[in-house]
Design a protein around this ligand. Structure first.
Ligand code: ZN
Length: 193
Protein backbone atom coordinates (compact mmCIF):
# COMPACT_ATOMS: atom_id res chain seq x y z
CA UNK A 1 0.00 0.00 0.00
CA UNK A 2 1.36 3.43 -0.86
CA UNK A 3 1.98 5.95 1.90
CA UNK A 4 -0.83 8.09 0.61
CA UNK A 5 -3.30 5.20 0.62
CA UNK A 6 -2.23 4.19 4.10
CA UNK A 7 -2.77 7.76 5.28
CA UNK A 8 -6.22 7.85 3.75
CA UNK A 9 -7.01 4.64 5.62
CA UNK A 10 -5.65 5.97 8.93
CA UNK A 11 -7.44 9.31 8.67
CA UNK A 12 -10.61 8.06 6.97
CA UNK A 13 -9.70 10.54 4.22
CA UNK A 14 -9.87 13.60 6.42
CA UNK A 15 -7.34 16.28 7.21
CA UNK A 16 -5.74 14.87 10.35
CA UNK A 17 -5.60 18.33 11.89
CA UNK A 18 -8.85 20.08 11.01
CA UNK A 19 -11.02 17.28 9.65
CA UNK A 20 -11.94 18.69 6.25
CA UNK A 21 -12.22 16.20 3.42
CA UNK A 22 -11.07 18.26 0.45
CA UNK A 23 -7.73 19.20 -1.07
CA UNK A 24 -5.85 16.59 0.94
CA UNK A 25 -2.17 16.01 0.52
CA UNK A 26 0.68 14.26 2.23
CA UNK A 27 2.72 16.38 4.63
CA UNK A 28 6.06 14.92 5.63
CA UNK A 29 6.80 15.98 9.17
CA UNK A 30 10.29 17.48 9.42
CA UNK A 31 13.06 16.93 10.18
CA UNK A 32 14.28 13.75 8.50
CA UNK A 33 11.12 12.56 6.79
CA UNK A 34 11.70 9.08 5.44
CA UNK A 35 8.47 8.72 3.49
CA UNK A 36 7.06 6.29 6.03
CA UNK A 37 3.46 6.57 7.12
CA UNK A 38 4.54 7.20 10.71
CA UNK A 39 6.31 10.39 9.68
CA UNK A 40 3.56 11.74 7.45
CA UNK A 41 0.21 13.37 7.91
CA UNK A 42 -2.70 13.75 5.59
CA UNK A 43 -3.52 17.45 5.69
CA UNK A 44 -5.67 19.87 3.75
CA UNK A 45 -4.35 22.77 1.68
CA UNK A 46 -5.17 25.33 4.35
CA UNK A 47 -3.36 23.49 7.14
CA UNK A 48 -0.41 22.71 4.94
CA UNK A 49 0.01 26.30 3.79
CA UNK A 50 -0.08 27.59 7.36
CA UNK A 51 2.30 24.98 8.67
CA UNK A 52 4.81 25.91 5.99
CA UNK A 53 4.53 29.66 6.27
CA UNK A 54 4.47 31.46 9.60
CA UNK A 55 3.12 34.66 8.04
CA UNK A 56 0.02 32.90 6.79
CA UNK A 57 -1.01 31.52 10.15
CA UNK A 58 -4.61 32.27 11.02
CA UNK A 59 -4.93 31.54 14.73
CA UNK A 60 -8.64 30.93 14.47
CA UNK A 61 -8.16 28.04 12.07
CA UNK A 62 -6.05 26.18 14.62
CA UNK A 63 -8.81 25.90 17.15
CA UNK A 64 -9.26 22.57 15.35
CA UNK A 65 -6.35 21.32 17.43
CA UNK A 66 -8.70 21.29 20.38
CA UNK A 67 -9.86 17.94 18.97
CA UNK A 68 -7.02 16.70 16.84
CA UNK A 69 -4.27 17.05 19.45
CA UNK A 70 -5.78 14.05 21.25
CA UNK A 71 -4.91 11.84 18.28
CA UNK A 72 -2.93 8.71 19.08
CA UNK A 73 -0.74 9.33 16.03
CA UNK A 74 2.63 10.78 17.13
CA UNK A 75 3.03 12.76 13.89
CA UNK A 76 -0.28 14.52 14.61
CA UNK A 77 0.80 15.23 18.18
CA UNK A 78 4.08 16.66 16.94
CA UNK A 79 2.47 19.08 14.49
CA UNK A 80 -0.21 20.03 17.04
CA UNK A 81 2.51 20.80 19.56
CA UNK A 82 4.47 22.88 17.06
CA UNK A 83 1.46 24.91 15.94
CA UNK A 84 0.27 25.52 19.50
CA UNK A 85 3.79 26.58 20.43
CA UNK A 86 3.83 28.97 17.51
CA UNK A 87 0.47 30.39 18.64
CA UNK A 88 1.15 30.42 22.35
CA UNK A 89 0.55 34.16 22.57
CA UNK A 90 -3.12 33.18 22.30
CA UNK A 91 -4.45 32.19 25.71
CA UNK A 92 -6.45 29.25 24.39
CA UNK A 93 -3.41 27.86 22.58
CA UNK A 94 -1.31 27.99 25.73
CA UNK A 95 -4.15 26.28 27.62
CA UNK A 96 -4.20 23.44 25.09
CA UNK A 97 -0.43 23.22 25.17
CA UNK A 98 -0.56 22.83 28.94
CA UNK A 99 -2.90 19.88 28.52
CA UNK A 100 -1.05 18.23 25.67
CA UNK A 101 1.09 15.38 26.93
CA UNK A 102 3.77 13.96 24.64
CA UNK A 103 6.00 11.06 25.61
CA UNK A 104 9.69 11.86 25.68
CA UNK A 105 10.47 10.49 22.24
CA UNK A 106 7.61 12.40 20.63
CA UNK A 107 8.53 15.58 22.49
CA UNK A 108 12.12 15.34 21.25
CA UNK A 109 10.78 15.00 17.73
CA UNK A 110 8.40 17.95 18.21
CA UNK A 111 11.24 20.16 19.38
CA UNK A 112 13.68 19.03 16.71
CA UNK A 113 12.87 21.86 14.30
CA UNK A 114 13.56 24.54 16.90
CA UNK A 115 9.92 25.54 17.29
CA UNK A 116 9.42 27.15 20.67
CA UNK A 117 13.09 27.79 21.34
CA UNK A 118 12.47 31.50 20.81
CA UNK A 119 13.39 33.74 17.93
CA UNK A 120 16.27 35.28 19.76
CA UNK A 121 18.10 31.98 20.08
CA UNK A 122 17.31 30.67 16.62
CA UNK A 123 19.64 32.06 13.98
CA UNK A 124 17.56 33.69 11.33
CA UNK A 125 18.30 34.82 7.85
CA UNK A 126 16.96 38.35 7.40
CA UNK A 127 16.73 40.25 4.12
CA UNK A 128 17.56 43.91 3.56
CA UNK A 129 14.13 44.91 4.85
CA UNK A 130 14.31 42.79 7.97
CA UNK A 131 11.98 40.10 6.65
CA UNK A 132 12.79 36.53 7.62
CA UNK A 133 13.92 34.35 4.75
CA UNK A 134 13.07 30.70 4.41
CA UNK A 135 14.41 27.97 2.21
CA UNK A 136 12.56 27.93 -1.09
CA UNK A 137 11.79 31.65 -1.06
CA UNK A 138 12.25 33.83 -4.10
CA UNK A 139 14.41 36.90 -3.55
CA UNK A 140 15.37 39.85 -5.72
CA UNK A 141 18.87 41.30 -5.76
CA UNK A 142 18.97 44.88 -4.50
CA UNK A 143 22.31 45.74 -6.10
CA UNK A 144 24.60 44.54 -8.87
CA UNK A 145 26.74 41.73 -7.55
CA UNK A 146 30.08 40.89 -8.98
CA UNK A 147 30.22 37.11 -8.71
CA UNK A 148 33.77 36.24 -7.83
CA UNK A 149 35.23 33.44 -9.86
CA UNK A 150 32.18 33.14 -12.08
CA UNK A 151 33.06 36.00 -14.39
CA UNK A 152 29.70 37.73 -14.50
CA UNK A 153 27.70 40.36 -12.71
CA UNK A 154 24.35 39.44 -11.25
CA UNK A 155 22.21 42.45 -12.00
CA UNK A 156 20.14 44.33 -9.50
CA UNK A 157 16.53 43.22 -9.87
CA UNK A 158 17.44 39.63 -10.77
CA UNK A 159 15.01 37.20 -9.18
CA UNK A 160 16.56 34.18 -7.51
CA UNK A 161 14.08 31.37 -7.00
CA UNK A 162 14.20 28.53 -4.54
CA UNK A 163 16.99 29.85 -2.34
CA UNK A 164 18.58 27.75 0.34
CA UNK A 165 19.84 29.04 3.66
CA UNK A 166 23.44 28.56 4.70
CA UNK A 167 22.93 26.92 8.06
CA UNK A 168 26.07 28.09 9.81
CA UNK A 169 26.05 31.65 8.49
CA UNK A 170 22.89 33.69 8.76
CA UNK A 171 24.26 36.36 6.44
CA UNK A 172 24.58 33.91 3.57
CA UNK A 173 22.04 32.29 1.31
CA UNK A 174 22.56 30.26 -1.83
CA UNK A 175 20.71 30.39 -5.10
CA UNK A 176 21.09 29.89 -8.81
CA UNK A 177 21.94 32.85 -11.01
CA UNK A 178 22.88 32.37 -14.67
CA UNK A 179 22.70 28.63 -14.07
CA UNK A 180 25.32 28.78 -11.34
CA UNK A 181 24.85 28.13 -7.67
CA UNK A 182 26.26 31.16 -5.87
CA UNK A 183 26.43 32.46 -2.33
CA UNK A 184 24.62 35.75 -1.81
CA UNK A 185 24.71 38.06 1.18
CA UNK A 186 21.28 38.46 2.77
CA UNK A 187 21.76 42.23 3.04
CA UNK A 188 21.75 42.47 -0.77
CA UNK A 189 18.44 40.73 -1.31
CA UNK A 190 14.82 41.48 -0.76
CA UNK A 191 12.18 38.81 -0.28
CA UNK A 192 9.77 38.70 -3.18
CA UNK A 193 6.05 38.20 -2.55
ZN1 ZN B 1 -6.73 20.94 7.63
Amino acid sequence: MSTEKALHARSESKCELCGVTEDLKVYEVPPDPDGSVDKCLLVCGICSEQIESQEKVDAHHWRCLNDSMWSQVPAVQVVAWRMLTRLNAEGWAQDLLDMLYLDQQTMDWAKATGEGSGDRETPRHIDSNGAALEAGDTVVLTKDLNVKGAGFTAKRGTAVRGISLVADNQEHIEGRVNGQQIVILTKFVKKSC
